[in-house]
Write a protein that binds this ligand. Structure first.
Ligand code: PEP
Ligand code: MG
Length: 908
């Protein structure tokens, strides 16, 4: 810890009403997001209950020292506790007028619901009397005490929450009470005794010797013991499995730690002039400028998020008797916060007997549609610049907008409706637990997770499912918040669903429908509709806000964006998405289906005539393919790569043949057929290579079988000539793969040039077709100056370049050991997804050397990394001319390239 970073920072006011806050919003790495913004709200004069924040660094020191407190830390916390008591004028645990505190986690990056919180801390057998005296509300006091014991036992001691829920249900049944609120003060007092008994019976005295009183475990009465254990639990929750999983999914570093906020409690459950709620300053689902959120009268914060009671919309708050003033003040604060943070904010608040308190604010999570709309509106409102608007949308989020939707022409009956919590449509088998969702996904089956309401333990299932459906909870419930963050479709609060998770079924009230596990269901998170059966899904068009942001991104970006496409439909789609050309047409993809037979004939026959006939057939087919491609991309470059994969990829698997032969033999099959199959198997076996990815593929194929590149180049040139004659402007380019030495490229270039010249002469048109190469082998990258003398362009094949730089088999290692490497942090990320710095160095070297060999060289990238935002930043910095990616990544690549340019400009 550096000298300037203290262990604990105060926020809020002192007894005289002076602001004594020590932090601010820029200190998220120290105070966590929640602590930094509580400080900021106090600094700008908003009503924040006083408290203090223990730093993230203290959490990490504690964790790194095997859960041992750093020297002096507990003393400092004790001092700040005393100071807080002085500021408030109340003491924790006091029998007359006790101070109660909340203990909440708050990491530098938002991790909603992933870590722990304890409320009402400070209650004990003494202070309960003080609380009764002060509130003159014994029911409220006993309810607070039982909530505290329940939460403390569950969160801090790890006891099963059901132990307490069962005790409540037993009590409710015996009192014939329909709801918790029907229980009296006496009932709750009895529950407190019962809860303490549960605590004593279930907490291990061996594990917690400090809790032993006369040899028996007792619920801790000393507030400092309560506080210490609660802080330790929050520290510990940084490393709970769901938090670790969330960090991995959201690429959050493990060494940030969480801060702990100890804050004086305010109560939203002190009667009908009290309330609690969560809200957004704009609609986080669609970005509309409206106050958005839910509140509950006479309730505590977790009740809103847990979806236990159905909430009311925030816009109604200022019309509720006793809450009018607070409601109006809250709306004013929404505006203050937006202007201050210059972004949509997400807020937690509590109203205690008519007085409003702000408990949290942060920049709110939003759907992609909302991110676009808010960025554009805020630019129009003059709140942010165009550059900032472009920076406000996460490229990966755009995937949400390209998510499937119900086909408008599909016919279906709406089974039930709920809240449209997270957009996009999903179809899958109904599953009723997170574990079943994970199992279905692992078995390759699409599923929809159906839950009463999700909780953080469901995270793995939520990730595995196509969509999420809940019967309870509002738009700010756990399911809604998490689904929006993940971009997963979600419909929540479908009250008609009566879910029986144990029986794995849901009855739909008002119908005779029972959804059973495995039944196909469809949901539309954009409209809130649930349908029994599989609805046809379609992909949405790109219009409106997305177009605007992409056009703004285009204004800033210098990196071109092309697409990897190998059929006219994908070419057209990528053009519609804004691709400026085709960066890679993999011709091997044109050799599938019926064409496979023809190429097999070519490979397996030595007879020149048979071979020539096969090649002629391929020429016809390929000319048609290229004609369609060049037409769809009229006026834009289309890079066609000559055949690349090992030839036996087009042949049947010898293993499958072996099995078939055995089967034929066992069933007395035709001897002639068996002999034929055996000969074929032997022929294919003879062609097998030990390392086909390092074998006869790429340009080596063209050198061994020159008839193939001649056929392909002829087809390219013929299609181009035909289109030229039709008055179009085809711009094909020919790319030679897997080159490692100049003579390979020189030889194939010569073949291509000669063929183009022949076709031009035959067709009577001028053909200007560029010829370039892929750089996908380290040798090519380090001798790029030589290679560039024979190339008009380079396209970096970073898939193979990653494979050959690391010596990692691209087809195997992602399943084999990369997960373990990532787990153990031997690699910071998967190098096949995001370009590795070592590979990027080779690309940089290739670009620099390449320009020495040919100053007019065009350089792009067409490996998968071309569609990865982080890699796009790297390629932008290297100075490539374009990236090329799959059609659906084109919008994302345009945005990421715009952002990279803006950041580069800022860094200058
Ligand atoms: C590459 O290697 O990056 C590339 C684009 O080619 P392919 O994936 O077809 O090998
Ligand atoms: Mg390759």
């Amino acid at each position: 810890m550096t000298a300037e970073v203290k262990r604990v920072y105060a926020f809020g006011k002192d007894a005289e009403g002076n602001n004594v806050t020590e932090g601010n919003t820029n200190m998220k790495a120290i105070l966590g997001g929640k602590g930094a913004n509580l400080a900021e709200m106090a600094n700008i004069g908003l009503p924040v209950p006083p408290g203090f924040t223990i730093t993230c660094q203290t959490c990490m020191e504690y964790a790194n020292a095997d859960n041992t407190w750093p020297e002096g830390a507990l003393d400092t916390i004790h001092e700040y506790r005393l100071d807080l008591e002085k500021r408030i004028g109340k003491k924790i645990g006091d029998a007359e007028d006790p101070l109660l505190v909340s203990v909440r986690s708050g990491a530098p990056m938002s991790m909603p619901g992933m870590m722990d919180t304890v409320l009402n801390l400070g209650l004990n057998d003494q202070s309960i009397n003080g609380l009764i005296k002060q509130t003159e509300n014994p029911r409220f006091a006993w309810d607070s005490y039982r909530r505290f014991i329940q939460m403390f036992s569950n969160v801090v001691m790890g006891l099963d929450g059901d132990l307490f829920e069962n005790a409540i249900n037993v009590m409710k049944n015996s009192r014939k009470a329909a709801s918790d609120t029907d229980l009296t003060a006496e009932d709750l007092q009895e529950l407190v005794a019962e809860f303490k008994k549960i605590f004593s019976e279930n907490v291990s005295g061996v594990e917690y010797p400090s809790l032993l009183v006369d040899g028996v475990v007792a619920f801790p009465q000393d507030p400092m013991v309560q506080l210490k254990l609660a802080i330790e639990a929050v520290f510990g929750s940084w490393n709970n499995p769901r938090a670790v999983l969330y960090r991995k999914k959201n690429k959050i570093a493990d060494d940030l730690g969480t801060a702990v906020n100890v804050q004086s409690m305010v109560f939203g459950n002190k009667g009908n002039s009290s309330a609690t709620g969560v809200a957004f300053t704009r609609n986080p689902a669609n970005g509309q400028k409206e106050f958005y959120g839910d509140y509950l009268v006479n309730a505590q914060g977790e009740d809103v998020v847990a979806g236990i009671r159905n909430t009311s919309p925030i816009a109604e708050l200022k019309h509720v008797e006793g809450l009018e003033e607070a409601g109006k003040q809250l709306e004013e604060i929404f505006v203050v916060l937006e202007n201050h943070f210059r972004d949509m904010c997400d807020i937690e608040f509590t109203i205690e007997q008519g007085k409003l308190y702000m408990l949290q604010t942060r920049v709110g999570k939003r759907t992609a549609a909302a991110a676009l709309h808010i960025a554009i509106e805020m630019e129009k409102e003059g709140l942010i610049s165009k550059e900032e608007a472009v920076m406000r949308v996460e490229p990966e989020q755009l995937d949400q907008l390209l998510h499937p939707q119900f086909d408008k022409n599909a016919e279906y009956d709406v089974l039930a409706r709920g809240l449209n919590a997270s957009p996009g449509a999903a179809v899958g088998e109904a599953v009723f637990s997170a574990a079943d969702a994970v199992a279905a996904a692992e078995a390759g089956r699409k599923c929809v997770l159906v839950r009463w309401e999700t909780n953080p333990d469901d995270l793995a299932g939520m990730i595995a499912a196509e969509g999420i459906l809940t019967s309870h909870g509002g738009k700010t419930s756990h399911a809604a918040v998490i689904a929006r963050g993940m971009g997963a479709p979600c419909v929540c609060g479908v009250e008609a669903l009566k879910i029986d998770a144990e029986k794995k079924q849901a009855v739909v009230s008002g119908t005779d429908v029972v959804i059973k596990e495995g039944d196909m269901i469809s949901l539309d998170g954009t409209t809130g509709i649930v349908v029994l059966g599989a609805v046809e899904l379609v992909l949405p068009e790109l219009t409106g806000d997305l177009d605007t942001i992409l056009e703004w991104a285009d204004e800033f970006r210098t990196l071109g964006v092309r697409a990897n496409a190998d059929n006219p439909e994908d070419a057209q789609l990528s053009r519609d998405f804004g691709a400026q050309g085709i960066g890679l047409c993999r011709t091997e993809h044109m050799f599938l289906g019926d064409r496979k037979q023809i190429i097999q004939t070519f490979i397996l026959n030595d007879d020149e005539d048979v071979r020539q006939k096969a090649v002629d057939q391929l020429f016809e087919a390929q000319t048609g393919d290229f004609y369609g491609m060049f037409k769809a991309m009229d006026g834009l470059p289309v890079i066609v790569r000559l055949l690349d994969p090992p030839l036996h990829e087009f042949l049947e698997s010898p293993r499958a043949l072996d099995v078939e032969i055995a089967r034929l033999e066992a069933t007395g099959g035709d001897k002639g057929v068996i002999a034929e199959k055996r000969a074929l198997m032997e022929q294919i076996d003879a062609m097998a290579e030990a390392n086909p990815m390092l074998g006869l593929r790429g340009c080596r194929l063209g050198i061994v079988y020159p008839i193939l590149p001649v056929m392909q180049v002829r087809a390219i040139a013929t299609a181009a000539a035909q289109l030229k004659k039709e008055g179009l402007d085809p711009k094909p380019e020919i790319m030679i793969p897997l080159v490692s030495v100049v003579p390979e490229l020189a030889k194939l270039r010569e073949v291509a040039e000669q063929t183009i010249a022949e076709v031009a002469a035959e067709q009577g048109v001028e053909l200007d077709i560029q010829i370039g190469t892929m750089i996908e082998l380290p040798r090519a990258a380090v001798t790029a100056d030589e290679i560039a003398t024979k190339a008009d362009f380079f396209s970096f094949g970073t898939n193979d370049l990653t494979q050959t730089t690391f010596g990692f088999s691209r087809d195997d290692v992602e399943a084999e050991f990369i997960p373990q490497y990532l787990q153990e942090r031997l690699l910071p990320f998967n190098p096949f997804a995001t370009v590795d710095p070592g590979v990027a160095k080779l690309v940089k070297m290739g670009v620099e050397l390449g320009h020495q060999g040919n100053p007019d060289l065009t350089c792009g990238v067409c490996g998968e990394h071309g569609g990865d935002p982080d890699s796009i930043h790297t390629f932008n910095a290297i100075g490539l001319d374009y990236v090329s990616c799959s059609p659906y990544r084109v919008p994302l690549a345009r945005l990421a390239a715009g952002q990279a340019a803006i950041e580069a400009k800022k860094a200058q």
